[in-house]
Design a protein around this ligand. Structure first.
Ligand code: SDX
Length: 427
């Protein structure tokens, strides 16, 4: 009868060990008993970038990378994108269940109540250079929010945690819109709480004297994109939020760490990098030469590949569908043709097939954002607005997880052995 254990023999000592196998894993700490002598520290695992290490047990998001499956709290992303609102999905991620009508109405009202930011935040944002990258502004402003809400340090108080999560969900779009206005040299437009969450954000971003008359198709398209970005299990930025949050710092500071991680071109910054790449390619006739530089390793096909998805990212399929709906309203983004041809060629090329490289969520989203009127360096800010409920849900789950402690990995020391200090005159 098979047992849920792993039999390990340490050939250095001839000793054997039975390690329990649970949920497809062994506990790394069970390896520490494997020693060559009593004063041996015991075995560790070495797993740079955590390629094969589960850092937590989570009930929030399920991904099957081989089958291209993504579910938030069990609900398929396709159904949520088609039928839910962004605040409904935010509630689901944070609370674990879809809200009733009454719960959703209360949630919407709570968020609406907290959309304003302290006017000093506007002074803080005005201090940035005219050409400051909006992700740098968002990163700084969200971190600064912790100084306006010192009570956010009471992270073990459920009511306080709830208030801070509502504050961040409500204020991040306001700060994001202010960053957009700053980069345009336009006056800040404050929240208009007669509008819904997305409408309010769009108005704060695009209003020029009086309420912005939104295109409802574009507004819903933006909401779908935010839903598609809302969570994605233990990605780089979420791991940053969990790790920084494990020191028991306030949620604003923990989320600012997530914003910093998302900023990188290998992560959320990829949607910006895709447009820069398409600009660099310029025309379809240049695609074969570009693909060659990628295969030689001197370029990356931005918006392609994924640590988990080894098939089509299900979000990319949905984003592509939204793209056509948006372009019907805005006119075709001329770069779409290059993107489609780039995808076609890559999906037929052995280099990409062998490495299971497919379009990810960032490949087409930037084309949509550009068509909506957002500048390229602003795309990752939109990703951050979408990801905020996921970061908060994961932060709270980490805090409530009895298995979790302050995050502090070990290392393999490869530096110098002990040596004596050398006075400067003898160096
Ligand atoms: C996001 O983790 C998440 O869930 C992230 C995210 C989320 O919702 O939070 O899904 C959002 O960040 C999506 C990914 C956006 N980034 C990009 O589009 C940037 C381009 N993609 C890559 O740099 C890369 O694919 C990663 C970073 C996404 C994944 O990198 P891995 O898993 O570490 O893979 P790797 O770098 O080890 O690559 C494996 C091989 C290598 O070739 P060999 O050394 O084996 O010859 O595939 C190659 C890589 O060179 N490769 C690529 C490539 N991605 C991987 N080659 C060309 N173009 C690419 N895009």
């Amino acid at each position: 009868m098979s047992k849920d254990t792993l039999s390990v023999t340490d050939n250095r000592t001839g000793r054997s060990y039975e390690l329990p196998v649970s949920e497809g894993t062994i506990r790394a700490m069970d390896l520490r008993q494997i020693k060559t002598s009593d004063d041996d520290f015991g075995l560790m695992t070495y797993d740079p970038a955590f390629m094969n290490t589960a850092s937590c047990r989570s009930a929030i998001t399920f991904i099957d990378g081989e089958r291209g499956i993504l579910r938030y709290r069990g609900y398929p992303i396709e159904q949520l994108a088609e039928r839910a609102s962004f605040l409904e999905v935010s509630y689901l991620l944070i609370h674990g269940e879809l809200p009733t009508r009454e719960e959703l109405d209360r949630w919407i009202e709570e968020v609406r109540y907290h959309t304003y930011v302290h006017t000093n935040i506007t002074k803080f944002l005005e201090g940035f250079r005219y050409d400051a990258h909006p992700m740098g502004m968002l990163l700084g402003a969200v971190g600064a929010l912790s100084t306006f809400y010192p009570d956010a340090k009471h992270i073990h108080d459920p009511a306080n945690r709830h208030l801070q999560m509502v504050r961040l969900l409500a204020k991040l779009p306001t700060i994001a819109a202010f960053a957009f206005r700053h980069s345009r040299g336009l006056p800040f437009v404050f929240p208009d709480n007669g509008l819904d969450y997305i409408g309010n954000y769009v108005n704060m971003t695009f209003s020029i004297g009086g309420r912005h008359q939104p295109n409802k198709v574009l507004q819903r398209a933006l909401e779908i994109l935010l839903i598609l970005h809302a969570d994605h299990e233990q990605n780089c930025s979420t791991s940053a939020v969990r790790s920084v949050g494990s020191s028991h710092v306030d949620p604003f500071s923990a989320v600012s760490a997530g914003i910093a991680a998302l900023y990188g071109p290998l992560h959320g910054g990829a949607n910006e990098a895709v447009l820069l790449m398409l600009d660099e390619i310029g025309e379809k006739k240049n695609i074969p030469a570009f693909i060659e530089t990628v295969k030689q390793g001197s370029d990356r096909l931005m918006g392609f590949g994924h640590r988990v998805y080894k098939s089509y990212d299900p979000r990319a399929t949905l984003v592509k569908k939204v793209a056509y709906e948006v372009f019907e309203q805005t006119g075709l983004n001329p770069k779409l043709e290059i993107a489609l041809e780039l995808e076609r060629i890559a999906l037929e090329d052995e280099y990409f097939i062998k490495r299971k490289l497919y379009p990810n969520v960032d490949f087409y989203s930037g084309l949509i954002y550009q068509a909506m009127g957002y500048p390229t360096d602003y795309f990752t800010v939109l990703f951050a607005i979408g990801r905020t409920p996921g970061w908060l849900a994961q932060w709270q789950e980490m805090l409530l997880d009895k298995d979790q402690k302050i995050s502090r990995p070990r290392q393999i020391y490869i530096g110098e052995g002990k040596r004596e200090f050398v006075p400067i005159e003898r160096r």
